[in-house]
Design a protein around this ligand. Structure first.
Ligand SMILES: O=c1ccn([C@H]2C[C@H](O)[C@@H](COP(=O)(O)OP(=O)(O)OP(=O)(O)O)O2)c(=O)[nH]1
Ligand SMILES: [Mg+2]
Length: 179
């Protein structure tokens, strides 16, 4: 077993597909959403209200600000998938190029870096999430089974200083190693 995908155990009875390549020489394995989910447009009235207040140097309404923060915070789309690979490999999660074009969906972290030691971590079993923000003008309804991103396995290199640098055991993702 070199590298591949498994379904995270809490989704075992939910008929998920492991990521797949859609053409003969595709680099990316397409990931599907594990759930139905709505990604609200960032241009919600609350966001515009906040911008208007800033522009006109007026006090920002706190309810509007809270609403805007919710929409501006990236949404994490669960995939129900974990990936195993060799210790000198990484899985890069990239957007589908059609997502910004057709639906205004961007991955705000640019690319997702899925480390080999994320697999089966104690916090969430290594479930891969795709971070998404909706810069389009309409809310986007993601359906379970819809393709939302793609994963590319890559080898990586180690620096000369690496052996001297202290490491910790991964026990989660999204800031689990501290600030
Ligand atoms: O789009 C992403 C990016 C990351 N991850 C998971 C896998 C990865 O191994 C882990 C940590 O990612 P990263 O090192 O990029 O984030 P961090 O903010 O440095 O978190 P940590 O402190 O946990 O390393 O979070 C995802 O599921 N999706
Ligand atoms: Mg990290």
């Amino acid at each position: 077993m070199k590298r591949g995908f498994e379904i995270v155990s809490k989704y075992n009875d939910q008929d998920l597909n492991v990521p797949y390549r859609t053409t003969n020489h595709a680099a990316g394995y397409d990931f599907e959403s594990a759930v139905d989910m709505v990604i609200p447009s960032i241009w919600k009235s609350n966001f515009l209200k906040v911008l208007w207040s800033i522009k006109h140097e007026k006090a920002v309404d706190s309810t509007a600000l809270e609403g805007a923060k919710k929409v501006l915070k990236p949404f994490l789309i669960p995939t129900g998938i974990k990936a195993y690979m060799q210790p000198d490999e990484v899985l890069i999660i990239a957007n589908r190029s059609s997502n910004p074009l057709k639906r205004g969906l961007v991955i705000p972290n640019g690319i997702g870096v899925i480390d080999s030691d994320y697999y089966n971590n104690s916090a969430n079993e290594g479930e891969i999430f795709v971070q998404i923000l909706n810069f389009g003008i309409s809310d986007i309804h993601i359906k379970k089974g819809e393709r939302i991103g793609q994963g590319i396995f890559m080898p990586f290199l180690i620096s000369d200083q690496d052996d001297d640098q202290k490491k910790q055991t991964r026990n989660g993702g999204f800031g689990s190693s501290g600030q």
